[in-house]
Write a protein that binds this ligand. Structure first.
Ligand SMILES: [Zn+2]
Length: 371
């Protein structure tokens, strides 16, 4: 009996598979299969990670190379006004004209010499004739050796002016029924001067002038000299990205547009009461809203200190093509002097609110976002 049992076991052993000298029992097969599966999975994951890493590295490299690193905005007031008038007057007609296209085309034709106002304005008039004659901006700029820089000018000018013009609704009280409001649809300039209507200010072309507080540096904005307490207006729609004390700017507000391309900077606001109540980081702000008050704070590491000799609003505009440009050394700030002058005719009237301590806008406007 014992013998026959031994024989049977020996027979069974013979039937077990031997591969590379490893005895494969059912238990062993499961174990080795699991090990192989784990190694294969790890291998596949490793290869995928490697590919992903290489791709993301080349993406970062591409985006680091692709964005615009430097630009100027020197388009003069009369050129801005001329192009804007063509744009607004042609709205809804057979040949609608886009002011940014007109300016970009003229800048390209004039080799970037946008300060040559007479030439720029003549280029615009000539272009309008061509467009009204049936040509399109695409036909005139594509496959044209002389128009190679057109896309660059369009992109840079659009980065500055892209949110300035469009459709909007003005909502006013109905004079015949105080409980009702009348909504009127309009088209035109929908951004506002940073200074409320009825408040005087003076300014001059001071972009790039030297500043010495802290360290020697060029001035990156436009100073609007006025009286302490003058209501300051949000130029364009956006959200509050920064609010509070800053050594150089004093009490300051930074508002970023929703397309993230523009960062409006309002600095040296009033001591003790710099901002309208409850304004905080992340808040949505509409073009024309009162955001704060002109003052003389700043040039101090200590908060709420008046260290500026002449009360003024420092108004700045930063252009951001890539988030890596937002902070640090490669920031692009553009000259807003001509923009402030362009917005001179678009000033928001304000009135005191019920507390008597703050001001608010008196015209309601809805911007219609078309892009
Ligand atoms: Zn300044």
């Amino acid at each position: 009996m014992i013998n026959s049992l031994d024989k049977l076991t020996a027979k069974n052993k013979k039937h077990k598979l031997r591969i590379f000298n490893i005895v494969l029992t059912k238990k062993n097969i499961i174990f080795y299969t699991s090990v192989i599966v784990i190694f294969l999975t790890a291998g596949i994951l490793f290869v995928c990670y490697g590919i992903a890493k290489t791709e993301s590295a080349s993406n970062t490299e591409a985006s680091a190379k692709d964005y615009i690193k430097w630009m100027e905005f020197n388009v003069q007031l009369s050129t801005l006004q001329k192009a804007l008038k063509y744009d607004i007057d042609s709205y809804g007609t057979e040949t609608p004209l886009n002011w940014i296209e007109l300016i970009s085309y003229a800048a390209t034709e004039n080799w970037g010499n946008v300060k040559q106002v007479k030439k720029m304005n003549k280029n615009i008039d000539d272009l309008v004739k061509k467009l009204r004659g049936g040509a399109t901006i695409g036909e005139l700029t594509e496959n044209n050796k002389n128009m190679k820089l057109y896309p660059y000018y369009y992109e840079t000018f659009y980065s500055v002016l892209g949110g300035f013009v469009g459709e909007y609704e003005v909502i006013e009280p109905d004079p015949s029924n105080p409980l009702k409001e009348i909504t009127t649809k309009k088209y035109g300039l929908k951004v506002f001067s940073p200074v409320a209507k009825g408040y005087g200010y003076t300014h001059y072309e001071d972009f790039g002038a030297s500043r010495s507080y802290g360290y020697s540096r060029p001035h990156t904005g436009n100073d609007l000299l006025g009286n302490v307490g003058t209501p300051i207006i949000a130029v364009e729609d956006g959200y509050v990205e920064a609010i509070g004390w800053n050594q150089y700017g004093g009490w300051r507000i930074g508002i970023r547009t929703y397309d993230k391309k523009r960062y409006y900077y309002y600095a040296h606001l009033r001591k003790d009461h710099p901002f309208v109540p409850n304004l905080k980081e992340g808040d949505a702000v509409h073009a024309g809203d009162v955001i704060g008050y002109l003052g003389m704070t700043g040039y101090s590491a200590k908060e709420n200190v008046n260290n500026i000799t002449i009360p003024h609003l420092h108004f700045g505009l930063q252009i951001i093509f890539s988030e890596v440009q937002k902070d640090g050394t490669n920031q692009i700030w553009v000259d807003v002097y001509n923009i402030v002058n362009l917005l001179e005719k678009n000033r928001m009237p304000v009135a005191k609110d019920i507390t008597g301590k703050d001001y608010m806008r008196t015209i309601k406007i809805n911007n219609i976002v078309t892009d």
